[in-house]
Design a protein around this ligand. Structure first.
Ligand code: GTP
Ligand code: NA
Ligand code: MG
Length: 283
């Protein structure tokens, strides 16, 4: 693609942190407020990643969340050369404070060069001490903006659904301040597999994140060792969509087999080419 085809794309976010500090609860709370409530039937399709909208400075902005166990997915994908995360949300429980896996997650994000937003969670608890979390993380080089640093900290409660909009805003502001997120939607699509499995009725299904180009129903696609024609695509609402732009996660139907998380995908001119590339990869 040409330089002039580059267009803004939403940030892709992974949630990381120590065990039981509230990663899943947070992902559910964000999805619950922003996705399920807007669905016709209220049934959330679990596709391993989802996109939400939030308003920042009067403008509607999208954020893509990777909804698989952050740490593992992040590490596994990086090990295979795939980097899909633009921003890491580091969840720290305000009662527990910084713990070993908090530091591990922090180091993974730093090694990948990914900016961090800190979500100080569980502030609904009586023994929550968000100031202590700020002090602890400052020692590891994550200095809060209010202390003159450049890391945004947001006090939240995933359980009580407190300040979740502030967290979404912090993600967008961090992306705007530190990253230039652009992709060309006008090219053959490429991206990464987030998760995949064999569905009883639908056959191999894969959640893919489009990173460049626009993925369309009918495209011939190679996904790791799998290939096929995109028969249908579903979003996190379970709604069929006919195209997916950069940073959009979609569930893809029509593959020959089940790819692995971290497998790259690309759209090729026709089915014959797709099969040839897939067979070469398999060999
Ligand atoms: P692992 O995936 O096992 O590492 O844990 P996790 O980080 O996903 O934590 P999870 O979301 O499962 O939450 C752990 C426990 O903390 C659960 O019992 C949650 O209900 C509780 N929890 C999460 N967020 C909050 C919160 O904001 N306030 C309170 N009081 N409890 C919370
Ligand atoms: Na847990
Ligand atoms: Mg969890």
């Amino acid at each position: 693609g040409d330089e002039e085809d580059l267009q803004p794309r939403p940030p892709v976010v992974s949630v990381m942190g120590h065990v039981d500090h509230g990663k899943t609860k947070l992902l559910d709370a964000i999805r619950g407020e922003n996705v399920a409530a807007r669905e016709a039937g209220g049934i959330t399709q679990h596709i391993g990643a989802y996109q939400v909208s939030t308003e920042v400075d009067g403008e509607e902005r999208k954020i893509t969340f990777i909804d698989t166990p952050g740490h593992e997915a992040f590490t596994a994908m990086r090990a295979r050369g795939a980097q899909l995360t633009d921003i890491a949300v580091l969840v720290v429980a305000a009662d527990d404070g910084v713990m070993p896996q908090t530091i591990e997650a922090l180091n993974h994000a730093k090694a990948a060069g990914v900016p961090i937003v800190v979500a100080v969670n569980k502030i609904d608890l009586p023994d929550a001490d968000p100031a202590k979390v700020r002090g602890q993380l400052t020692e590891y080089g994550l200095v809060p903006e209010e202390y003159g640093g450049d890391t945004m900290f947001v006090d939240i409660s995933a359980k009580a659904r407190l300040n979740l909009d502030d967290l979404l805003e912090a993600i967008v502001l961090t992306a705007d301040a530190t990253l230039d997120l652009r992709a060309n939607p006008n090219q053959a699509a490429q991206g990464v597999t987030v998760e995949a499995h064999l569905d009883k009725g639908r056959g191999p299904v894969a959640t893919v994140l489009v990173q460049r180009g626009t993925l369309k129903v009918g495209d011939s696609i190679v996904v790791g060792p799998a290939y096929g024609r995109v028969r249908a695509m579903l979003d996190e609402h379970g709604q069929q969509v006919d195209k997916a732009l950069p940073s959009r996660p979609v569930l893809v139907l029509g593959l020959s087999s089940v790819p692995r998380a971290g497998d790259n995908f690309l759209v090729v001119p026709d089915d014959r080419v797709a099969r040839q590339i897939a067979e070469k990869r398999e060999a």
